[in-house]
Each structure stands twice: as structure tokens, then as C-alpha cells.
Design a protein around this ligand. Structure first.
Ligand code: NAP
Ligand code: ZN
Length: 348
């Protein structure tokens, strides 16, 4: 018998959240049933509820920064047992057979990765995310949360953590590399800590210097306000790597000018409108402009273990289920410090 699960859902774009119930599938032999304890609120949740990336599937239960405790496991599940502290990120299934799945890069599955919410399972049923009390997920898509990290603090790592760890590692953030993190929000404040833990020299490029003290506490060696045009003049030719975590459009050419010859700007921020850049901003300095999507399952576990080892910890604000609408407004005006995490116990 499928079990009823309490959820917080968006009935349609622009409407306030409402409490509801859904049926989750019965756990199959390879499924892990999770009692959700906390779920982070990612700016992507806002983009999807607001239809920034195209129309969504409604009613929508967002949430892809899920942490909880295993309630039960299917007969064929290995590596997870009742009571384990676990997490689920941005996807819950993939074909498991294509070259990308074979490489542990499920996000690039050629059949199409199944998103944790606002997606469809391969059986055609809509997926529902972590703003809920319970979820049933195929074991391959569940990761272990290390004991060193409190569950609520770990939640943002399931998206913000892996989305920044993956490109920082791929583009070689480390000793002797000068790395700029653009935007110090949910993703950005984790990126600063990870880049520092990897050994890079880290600069934050934020709209203002209002969060400078926090940025330096997270490990930034330098901090600049992008509202000050002098910043771009001063920083010309400075960075090996820029990681752009901004949810809005940016004057890309200005940022490219701060790269050294051969440097790369990697976008993970996903605004709804296209960005533009001038070809000579790349040609002149043999620069690259790239993008990166979350990260695969093996790398997600690696990232969690890395964060536990290096003391990388998101700074969170816990919110109740009834405070989510307000949290969305505060995220949109960049006043959250630095990630809202829903306390699932507040479903009551
Ligand atoms: P967030 O917490 O809202 O942080 C975004 C930060 O961007 C803000 O704190 C602010 O930093 C800066 N910002 C906001 N509006 C700006 C503007 N108009 N001009 C310049 N800077 C601005 O969002 P998030 O949860 O970190 O997500 C950031 C983006 O990454 C979103 O677009 C999200 O959808 C995307 N994302 C992508 C992936 C992926 O796989 N590629 C995964 C997760 C999220 P300052 O105040 O420091 O300037
Ligand atoms: Zn996210």
C-alpha cells in the first residue's frame, strides 16, 4: 500500500504554498525509504516555481537538498540500513547504462536524468521533492551524510555543495590558483569555503562589501564590490578561474577581463534570460566561458567526505514549513545568511 506523505506544494506559478498530501510509491527491492528531517531551499526552486526556465509541472513539491534518516530498505539494497543518516540531491534516477552513467556523471545521462522534482519518472509519474516528510529513492541516488556534519547543516551540500565542488575540482582550483567566486549566496558561500579548502587563493566578487566580514570568515583572501567600476579596472588579468553563482544576468565581458591568459569563467548561475559577451573578450586572452551542472553521485559522496574532512559547513537559517513563502522573498532580495533550510518536523 503506498503511504500518504505530507507535502508543501506550489499549486501554480505565483500562488502561495499550501499543505497537501501525496502518495509515494511502495519501496521496491532497490529502494530506500527516507524519513526527511530537513530540506534546503535552493534558488533553483524559485526559478522553477516561478517558471523562469519554462513551464513547470504543477502542483509542484520542490526540494533537492534533502537529508534524513533511512526508515526502511528494499531486499536488494546494500550499503544502507534503517537509521542511517542520508541525503538526496537533484536527481533520483538515470538509465545506468550510457557512457555518462558509466562514468558516474548521471546528470548527463543520454536517456535524460530524472529530476528529484518537476520531472517525470521513467514510468511517467511526476516526481515530488523534499518539501515533504518522506521520500522513496533508488539506492544508487542516495548518499551517506558523514557523522561530523549536523544533518540540517549538511542539507545545502546536496545541491550548493556539489554544484560548486564539481567545477572547482574540474577546473583545477588548488595551490597557486587564483579563484574568484561571483555572488556570495547559497552556492557562493559554500564555494568560497571549498575553494579555500582546496588550497586556492580566493576572491569574492559581491555586489557590495556588506558581507565582507562573513566572506573572510569563510576563507576569502580578498573581497570586492562589483557595484564599484574601479573593481574591474583593478582586477584586470587576475584570475585563473571565475565561478559565477549569480542567479541574474551579468555584464560578462567585464568579468572576462579579470581572467589571466588561458583562464576560464564557469557559469553555474542560471538566469532565465541569455547572457551576452563579445568574441574578443575570449579571443584576446585565449579565455574560456563554460558551464557546469550539479555533479554525479560518486562525486557527491566525495564532496560530502571532503567537506567533513575540511570543516566546510553551510551557514543556515532554519525555517518552518509555514515560513517558506517568506523565505522565497528573502532569497530573491539576497538577504538570507546564507541558506534557508526547512525544518520538516514543523509539518507537525
Ligand atoms: P542565491 O542564494 O539567491 O545567491 C545568488 C547570489 O547572486 C546572491 O546572494 C547575490 O550575491 C548574487 N546576485 C543576486 N542577484 C544579483 C544581481 N542582480 N546582480 C548581481 N549579483 C546578484 O542563489 P543560489 O541558490 O546560490 O543559486 C544561484 C544560481 O545558481 C541560481 O540561478 C540557481 O538556479 C543556480 N543553480 C545552478 C545549478 C547548476 O547545476 N548549474 C545548481 C544549483 C543552483 P551578492 O549579494 O554576493 O552579490
Ligand atoms: Zn539547487
Amino acid at each position: 500500500m503506498p503511504t500518504t506523505t505530507a507535502v508543501l506544494q506550489s499549486p501554480e506559478t505565483g500562488a502561495p504554498f499550501e499543505r497537501a498530501t501525496i502518495e509515494r510509491r511502495d519501496p521496491g527491492p532497490h529502494d530506500v525509504e527516507i524519513e526527511i528531517k530537513h530540506c534546503g531551499i535552493c534558488h533553483s526552486d524559485i526559478h522553477q516555481v516561478e517558471g523562469d526556465w519554462g513551464s513547470g509541472i504543477f502542483p509542484m513539491v520542490p526540494g533537492h537538498e534533502i537529508v534524513g534518516v533511512v526508515a526502511s530498505v528494499g531486499d536488494e539494497v546494500e550499503g544502507f540500513a534503517e537509521g542511517d543518516r542520508v541525503g538526496v540531491g537533484c536527481f533520483v534516477d538515470s538509465c545506468g547504462e550510457c557512457e555518462y552513467c558509466a562514468d558516474g556523471e548521471e546528470q548527463h545521462c543520454t536517456k535524460g536524468v530524472v529530476l528529484t522534482y518537476n520531472g517525470k519518472d521513467y514510468d511517467g509519474n511526476p516526481t515530488h521533492g523534499g518539501y515533504s516528510t518522506r521520500i522513496v529513492v533508488k539506492d544508487h541516488f542516495v548518499v551517506h551524510v558523514p557523522d561530523e556534519i549536523e544533518l540540517d547543516v549538511a542539507a545545502p551540500l546536496l545541491c550548493a555543495g556539489i554544484t560548486t565542488y564539481s567545477p572547482l575540482k574540474r577546473w583545477g582550483a588548488g595551490e597557486g590558483k587564483r579563484v574568484a567566486i561571483v555572488g556570495m549566496g547559497g552556492l557562493g558561500h559554500v564555494a568560497v569555503q571549498i575553494a579555500k579548502a582546496m588550497g586556492a587563493e580566493v576572491t569574492v566578487l559581491s555586489q557590495t562589501t556588506s558581507k565582507e566580514e562573513d566572506g573572510r570568515r569563510f576563507g576569502a583572501d580578498a573581497y570586492y564590490a562589483t557595484e564599484d567600476r574601479e573593481t574591474f579596472r583593478k582586477l584586470r588579468g587576475s584570475f585563473d578561474l571565475i565561478l559565477n553563482t549569480v542567479s541574474a544576468n551579468l555584464p560578462i565581458d567585464r568579468y572576462l577581463s579579470t581572467l589571466r591568459v588561458g583562464g576560464a569563467m564557469v557559469n553555474v548561475g542560471a538566469p532565465s534570460e541569455p547572457d551576452t559577451y563579445h568574441a574578443f573578450s575570449l579571443i584576446g586572452g585565449r579565455r574560456s566561458l563554460a558551464g557546469s551542472s550539479v555533479g554525479g553521485l560518486p562525486e557527491t559522496q566525495e564532496m560530502l567526505d571532503f567537506c567533513a574532512e575540511h570543516g566546510v559547513e553551510p551557514q543556515i537559517e532554519r525555517v518552518t514549513v509555514d515560513e517558506v513563502d517568506g523565505a522565497y522573498e528573502r532569497i530573491a532580495d539576497s538577504s538570507v545568511r546564507y541558506r534557508c533550510v526547512i525544518d520538516i518536523a514543523s509539518f507537525g
